[in-house]
Design a protein around this ligand. Structure first.
Ligand code: SF4
Length: 69
């Protein structure tokens, strides 16, 4: 699973950081760092974080492959 955070949209509310601290990290007041390739075992947390983001800045995608058809 891959994610992208639209950092222009992100307001650093840090909901995602609370829900999936291994994937999202805040540096300073408003610079969000994230791991684009979501590690196994973190998917559920990341989906919750994406749903909880107040500005829908977290975009979730599956890598294209045979199973995606
Ligand atoms: S929850 Fe959304 S707005 Fe808040 S830090 Fe995460 S991506 Fe940014």
């Amino acid at each position: 699973m891959q994610i992208v955070v639209d950092l222009n949209r992100c307001q650093a509310y840090a909901q995602c950081v609370f829900l999936a601290p291994e994937v999202f990290e805040l540096h300073g007041e408003e610079s969000l760092m994230f791991t684009p390739a979501v590690p196994d075992g973190q998917q559920e947390r990341v989906l919750r974080a994406a749903a909880a983001c107040p500005v829908q800045a977290i975009l979730v995608g599956e890598p294209a492959g045979p199973a995606a058809r």
